[in-house]
Design a protein around this ligand. Structure first.
Ligand code: NI
Length: 168
């Protein structure tokens, strides 16, 4: 396994829509293992491939509330059902040093491929549901600060040392 470099906002790769994985093979498995190592080294609980500069639909997420804190790898993940609404504080390895409350669905059903290329379906709530939603957003070029109010976002972006421009 190898530790990868985490791309920091506003790196353009974080704004790209990642492309689907057509076939799960050794390259995808190696990437997932490297992402898990990178995530753990950075003390994160989730990571999406665009965050390591690879614009493909692969995410890893740690089941932090589970007994063995297993790490799930989800390939081409998509949310097929959502329920409820909950506010939770989020941070992101690509936006170091900032965090903010974000409102999202509380429970989700996620369908994806696993590392063997088999279909899997997960019903989850709690922190894992939150991590998965945050990571799937990364695959669509969305970062969590897009989900907070305009003034808050402006403040956070300035805090990151990035020039704030309005988006039209
Ligand atoms: Ni993130």
């Amino acid at each position: 396994m190898a530790k990868l470099e985490i791309k920091i906002y506003p790196d353009p790769v974080l704004r790209k829509k990642a492309r689907r994985v057509e076939k799960v093979g050794d390259n995808e498995r190696k990437l997932a293992y490297d992402m898990i190592e990178t995530m753990r080294f950075a003390n994160g609980v989730g990571l999406a491939a665009p965050q390591v500069g690879i614009s493909r639909r692969i995410v890893v997420a740690e089941d932090v509330e589970g007994d063995n804190r297993a790490v799930l790898t989800l390939i081409n993940p998509r949310i097929t059902q959502k329920k409820g609404k909950v506010k939770l504080c989020e941070g992101c390895l690509s936006l170091p040093g900032v965090s903010n409350d974000v409102v999202r669905p509380e429970f989700v059903t996620v369908e994806a491929l696993n590392l063997d290329g088999d279909e899997l379906k997960i019903n989850t709530g709690g922190i894992l549901a939150r991590i998965i939603q945050h990571e799937i957003d990364h695959l669509d070029g969305i970062v969590f600060i897009d989900k907070v109010g305009f003034l808050k976002r402006k403040k956070i972006i300035k805090q990151l040392g990035v020039k704030f421009c309005m988006e039209f």
